[in-house]
Design a protein around this ligand. Structure first.
Ligand code: CO
Length: 179
């Protein structure tokens, strides 16, 4: 089921999501709904809080070189924790919860993450490049943080002003590479 995505400045986006404790049908339904919603909105990543569920669950489905997403590449990370990180990279990020804002943000180049899959099995993953960016962006959502918080103060203020104007006016989304 496609669920509505909550958008900035909805206060729920600033909540710290709680740990998933049961790896049951309800969790599986949540993950399936997150996938349907992300695909419907042309996203490449989504955290549960973006559909108003404050649980530590996120999904990522990066496109291939031709821009196509394949479900077999879908990653589902439950209760993820970053064990190690290295280096830095700049990437122009977007977010389904902050429509039409795209800004360059600095993240670690490489991360090692421990997490659980949907059945409660412990796993680890090493990621670099865009996958590392996506993991860090979605994990920030679990702690109630948005990528625009990483921007310099004045830049953020300017972006927020433009964003509010656009929200009032209402405009078509250009849904590309949103996390
Ligand atoms: Co996001």
């Amino acid at each position: 089921m496609i669920r509505p995505i909550i958008t900035y400045p909805d206060r729920r986006l600033f909540l710290r999501s709680s740990e998933v404790e049961r790896f049951d049908d309800e969790l599986h339904r949540l993950l399936d709904d997150m996938y349907e919603t992300m695909m419907a909105k042309n996203g490449i990543g989504l955290a549960a809080i973006q559909i108003a569920v404050p649980k530590r669950a996120l999904i990522i489905n990066l496109p291939d070189e031709e821009g196509h997403q394949h479900k077999e590449d879908l990653l589902e990370l439950i209760n993820p924790v970053i064990l190690q990180q290295e280096g830095s990279q700049l990437y122009t990020e977007g977010c389904l919860s902050i429509p039409e804002v795209y800004e360059e943000v600095e993240r670690a180049q490489w991360v090692k993450v421990a997490y659980f899959d949907r059945h409660g099995n412990e796993r680890t993953l090493e990621a670099e490049g865009l996958l590392a960016v996506a993991i860090q962006h979605e994990m920030d959502h679990l702690d109630g943080h948005l990528f625009i918080e990483k921007l310099p103060y004045l830049k953020r203020k300017r972006i927020e002003k433009e964003y509010r104007k656009r929200q009032k006016r209402g405009s078509a989304q250009t849904p590309v590479r949103n996390l």
